[in-house]
Design a protein around this ligand. Structure first.
Ligand code: FUB
Length: 338
């Protein structure tokens, strides 16, 4: 199925973009940004044109490896550190190296990544390095008890690390109930509780979960779970957790409505109460982001498909400053000027 791109619309938006791609010699997406020793490191997907036909499961996102990108500060030149991990070096994985994240503990760096096993089921793996740029060495098996896509790791002030994951449709989260897979499970009906992302505390060695994954509850202002039919607010993919002024901010993509949204809570496990939109839709189908503080300011790392002229699986990472109002609410960002 070919992609239907309105080239004039894409060009008009591109000219009004609030920020430019960090790299132009390769396509990268799904940026997970962290500051290690005063430098910004970005862990993105590495998009390629693999010639795989489009389908609703995202087979055309046929990425094979990861590059790490770093910068002195937002606005500085971005450096591509080359291949940090390739799918051929991951014993359990067959294809589709989707959105990764990285965490540092005790001077070791842990790259968390989803990939499909030979049987077509997504799981999350971890690979280890002594440096933030890799190369990373993959564990022989995926993380036991993990499933679906889009791992994001949050290190709390008490030294505990939490792994968030999940994505529906191509990300397969709809196939799980109570952490068990069945090919017969589908998305709930519109009036039922929406599928929820998952979280589990990591073991001290960062290589396994220390507990069974729990559902992350996202509630509306009345304390009710968001419903599956609430496509403007319900979780689709791309979980991220950060802390600001002592509050936990859980942010995510709404997928088919192309929004980045967030909810806040008092614990890394949630529940989180929906607050609003972080960013309105970008060029391209997917939205995926991270939020990172650098020298007292907050930044949103995100992607769009402007550089490729709107090709949804050929994306570029961008960064823009993110602001909170006096009540701690995130001010919604429009990626293209009016
Ligand atoms: O990059 C492949 C997939 O697209 C990611 O895993 C999703 O979050 C979406 O951005």
């Amino acid at each position: 199925m070919p992609e239907n791109i309105d080239k004039d619309r894409v060009q008009a938006l591109k000219e009004r973009a609030i920020s430019q791609p960090l790299l132009e010699h390769i396509y990268i997406a799904d940026p997970s940004a962290h500051v290690f020793d005063g430098r910004i490191y970005i862990y993105p997907s590495h998009d390629i044109e693999a010639g795989v036909p489009f389908n609703d499961d995202g087979a055309h996102f046929a990425m094979e490896d990861y590059h790490v990108v770093s910068m002195d500060h937002p606005g500085a030149e971005a450096v591509d550190h080359g291949v940090a991990l390739h799918v051929r070096d991951v014993p359990w994985a067959a294809r589709q190296m989707w959105a990764p994240d990285c965490a540092r503990k005790d001077d070791k760096y842990y790259l968390y990544f989803p990939a499909k096993r030979p049987d077509g089921i997504f799981q999350v793996g971890v690979a280890v390095s002594d440096t933030p740029t890799g190369p990373f060495t993959a564990q022989p098996q995926p993380i036991a008890g993990s499933y679906s896509i889009d791992p994001a790791v949050f290190g709390d002030d008490d030294g505990e690390f939490y792994l968030y994951f999940g994505g529906i449709w191509g990300g397969q989260l709809q196939k799980y109930r109570d952490n068990l897979y069945s090919p017969d499970h589908e998305e709930p009906a519109a009036h039922e509780t929406a599928l929820q992302p998952r979280v589990a505390r990591l073991r001290g060695d960062m290589l396994e979960l220390s507990e069974a994954p729990r559902a992350v509850r996202i509630l509306d202002a009345d304390g009710n779970e968001l419903l599956a039919g609430d496509h403007d607010r319900r979780f689709f993919e791309a979980p991220w957790l950060h802390k600001h002024d002592g509050k936990y901010y859980f942010s995510y993509s709404t997928g088919d409505t192309h929004l980045l949204c967030y909810a806040t809570g008092d614990s890394p496990y949630g529940p989180f109460t929906y607050q609003g939109q972080i960013m309105t839709p970008v060029i391209g189908w997917t939205t995926h982001h991270s939020i990172c503080e650098f020298e007292g300011r907050s930044y949103l790392f995100y992607h769009d498909s402007s550089l490729s002229g709107g090709v949804t699986h050929l994306r570029s990472v961008k960064v823009t400053e993110l602001h909170y109002d006096a009540d701690g609410k995130i001010v919604t960002i429009a990626p293209y000027r009016q």
